[in-house]
Ligand binder design. Structure first.
Ligand SMILES: Nc1ncnc2c1ncn2[C@@H]1O[C@H](COP(=O)(O)OP(=O)(O)OP(=O)(O)O)[C@@H](O)[C@H]1O
Length: 714
């Protein structure tokens, strides 16, 4: 069975499987170029030269940096006569200090003093001092007489040579160290090449505290030009973790004097990697500030949605494709960062596949999604009351279809349906009536926050938003095997709007720029901030750029490795053209259905399916009701904030500063607010937890829960 994986290709330019009509057999197409012997030899020579150049120190690898390095070297040579006497003087002072400390037996003296044994050791120290003074006088006398004899016997040349060598040694000792007194102010290719050179890179790792002062790095791949930046692979010293280096990207960026958006640091995994191996790529400039790349979907004749559609590219130019089948996508960001553009990418791919059914609800209510009306099975234009009611009916129809599909799948022949899941053949065969179905909802919070009662005569009846949540949770939970996927976008990704029960089912997450690390975590998932993934660090100028994470095992990425992706740009004009093509393909395949075919009547929800939805979502709904109640009861601010950051599985004590950090408060303010909100402090209030060497102020998560419930119950 085809099992699409979210793929991030490292090699720029690698071919993405590209359309072909869904039914057409697809075979791999190889491209090549015919070259003659001379051209072949030239290419070999060029490769050899490139490989030799990559072994040079980084600053000598590109003509520009080599020119700058030579200019710097020439400048240093010109300044040498002026700087030389000063260096010799400093070297002399350093050696004199070292000699004096040796004669005075300074180390022994200091040790005896510290141990209060000076009186015992004094005679011994005095004897050593006398002995060393005599040795020094003897050495000076021998050197002076040796010089005199040499001068008389062989002339002044040997003395001049020796003096020159000694002065050079002193100058070396007294030279000003490069980089002393702070980091260089100049940024650009010169300093980057400088920073990538072995010793400087090791120094940066030390400064960022990723390795110890006396530890080093082993270079697995020497610094080398790679696209518009530098690439290097290093092994950390034993017991240092690569994941820690990834989590402290910002520290390393600071030590290297580059903006963190220019630094891509990743673990090298698999057979070629290990837990202490990291790859570093540093861009010459902000890789996300470049002109956006146009989406290949704009010119695609058709798309087979079982093939992950192109989504964007990594900083290094690798192609990123995001699967739609078996998983659901959550896109979150502050306004105007590109959520709508991003969610329209997989939906356009869906529009280009005639065997895909599209259901779209536009919570924004503008024209952004209108082109999809040409192909959409169901299309809800806005959040007006009648539209919200229609969305509920459409989702009920979809939920009933999910149930019905499972029944039919279980009755199917093993050959056709080996796993009680849809297969490409099943979804493409109109006689089965089980096309892949993508439900895309933009600004979903506008639907979920609708607190109009379903039954207008009964204000206590279930709210419309709750019903939508219930249905979406059901579809997200049970739908993927039946060919259903969700693509949801929101500017309010917090758990009050999208409860964990639903969010947990959305296995692929994409966080564009958000304001706080907490908001980033609510999109990407708990623990992602600590692992170094923080979408609040993206710049506002990074439109369409976000962190992509596969969190449901259906993708190649795991929770430890979000990838920064610059999404492709696909304008509404191009989407409209694609939708026209999609409509023509559907008409040809006889699959144009629902609203697009003028059939707006929505199917009913059979009572047995309604009961099943209630079962499947019972836990989720209970949680939602608690959360809604929490909001309704107007909790003290501190409890309202904590409810959002304490995970269901957490219990017991937690350091107050850690809990305060989660909501962006000071520990002291949190302690006081908890006291005011009636949360009793643990006894004793300061305890050693998580191996802390000293007792720290702690808060009791269970007591906080009790207080929240107390407030709800009044
Ligand atoms: N991949 C991209 N590359 C460059 N710019 C982009 C990209 N995607 C979107 N943009 C730009 O970002 C702007 C905002 O996009 P979009 O309307 O999708 O944002 P949004 O987050 O949905 O906004 P809102 O919350 O207001 O609905 C657009 O004007 C578009 O030009």
């Amino acid at each position: 069975m085809t099992h699409p994986k979210l793929s991030v290709e490292d090699a720029p330019g690698k071919l993405v499987p590209f359309p072909g009509t869904a039914d057409a057999p697809r075979s791999e197409v190889l491209t090549g170029e015919l070259v003659d012997e001379a051209e072949y030899q030239r290419t070999r020579a060029r490769r050899l030269a490139e490989s030799m150049v990559s072994r040079l120190p980084a600053v000598w690898q590109t003509p520009e940096t080599a020119r700058q390095a030579s200019a710097q070297l020439a400048g240093q040579l010109v300044a040498l006569p002026v700087r030389y006497p000063g260096s010799v003087g400093r070297g002399l002072a350093v050696s004199a200090r070292a000699w004096w400390s040796w004669v005075r037996v300074a180390d022994f003296y200091a040790a005896a003093r510290t141990a209060d044994r000076l009186a015992d050791r004094w005679l011994e120290i005095a004897a050593i001092r006398k002995r060393r003074a005599w040795w020094s006088l003897t050495a000076i006398g021998t050197a002076a007489s040796g010089s005199l004899v040499t001068d008389l016997a062989a002339g002044p040349l040997p003395l001049l040579l020796t003096g020159g060598a000694v002065s050079a040694g002193l100058a070396l000792l007294g030279r000003r160290k490069d980089g002393a007194g702070g980091r260089k102010a100049v940024v650009g290719p010169r300093t980057l090449a400088w920073a990538m050179d072995g010793d400087h890179l090791v120094e940066a790792f030390r400064d960022a505290k990723l390795i110890g002062r006396d530890e080093g790095l082993a270079f697995v791949r020497l610094p080398k030009r790679d696209g518009a930046g530098w690439y290097v692979v290093v092994d950390l010293p034993p017991s240092r973790r690569a994941s820690n280096a990834v989590a402290h990207r910002e520290d390393l960026a600071s030590a290297l004097a580059v903006d963190e958006s220019r630094l891509i640091i990743e673990r090298v995994r698999g057979d070629d990697g290990h837990a202490g191996r990291v790859s570093l790529w540093i861009g010459d400039s902000d890789p996300y500030a470049a002109m956006p790349v146009a989406s290949p979907l704009a010119s695609a004749e058709a798309w087979d949605l079982w093939t992950a559609p192109p989504f964007g590219s990594t900083a290094r130019g690798g192609v990123v494709a995001v699967p739609v089948v078996w998983t659901s996508l959550l896109v979150g960001a502050i306004p105007r960062m590109g959520k709508t553009y991003v969610m329209r990418l997989p939906m356009t791919a869906a529009a280009l596949d005639p065997h895909v059914r599209l259901i779209i609800a536009d919570g924004k209510g503008g024209k952004d999604h209108r082109p999809f009306e040409l192909v959409a099975h169901r299309f809800i234009r806005n959040t007006r009351p009648e539209s919200v009611l229609r969305l509920i009916a459409v989702l009920e129809e979809a939920a009933a279809d999910v149930e019905n599909r499972f029944e039919r799948l279980s009755d199917m022949d093993d050959e056709v349906c080996p796993e009680s899941k849809v297969t490409p053949e099943i979804t493409r065969n109109p006689t089965f009536g089980m096309p892949l179905t993508v439900i895309g909802i933009d600004e979903i919070q506008n639907y979920l926050e609708d607190d109009t009662p379903l039954d207008l005569d009964n204000p206590k009846s279930k709210k419309r938003g709750q019903r939508i949540l219930e249905l979406l949770t059901f579809i997200a939970k049970t739908g993927p095997a039946a060919g259903y996927s969700l693509v949801l976008a929101t500017q309010k990704p917090d758990s009050a709007v999208i409860p964990d029960k639903l969010r947990g089912q959305l296995g692929t997450r994409f966080a564009l720029k958000v304001m706080t690390w907490q908001a980033s975590e609510t999109i990407l998932g708990a623990g992602t901030y600590k692992a170094g993934m923080d979408a609040s660090k993206l710049l506002k100028s990074h439109k369409g750029v976000g962190l992509l994470l596969g969190a449901d095992g259906e993708t190649d990425l795991d929770a430890g490795e979000a990838t920064a992706v610059r999404t492709h740009l696909l304008a509404i004009k191009e989407i409209r053209v694609a939708c026209h093509r999609g409509r023509a393909l559907r008409e040809a395949a006889g699959t144009l259905s629902g609203d697009a075919a003028g059939n707006r009547a929505v199917g009913d929800l059979p009572p047995e399916v309604a009961a099943r939805i209630a079962d499947v979502t019972a836990a989720g709904v209970a949680a939602v009701e608690v959360e809604d109640a929490v909001l309704a009861e107007d909790l003290p601010e501190v409890l309202g904030l904590l409810v959002e950051v304490i995970e269901d599985h957490e219990a017991g004590l937690v350091a107050t500063f850690e809990l305060a950090g989660r909501i962006g408060w000071e520990a002291k303010a949190l302690g006081e607010a908890l006291r005011r909100a009636g949360v009793p402090a643990p006894v004793p209030p300061r305890q050693r937890i998580n191996g802390s060497p000293h007792p720290v102020s702690v808060a009791d998560l269970d007591a906080i829960r009790v207080a929240v419930i107390g407030h709800i119950d009044g």
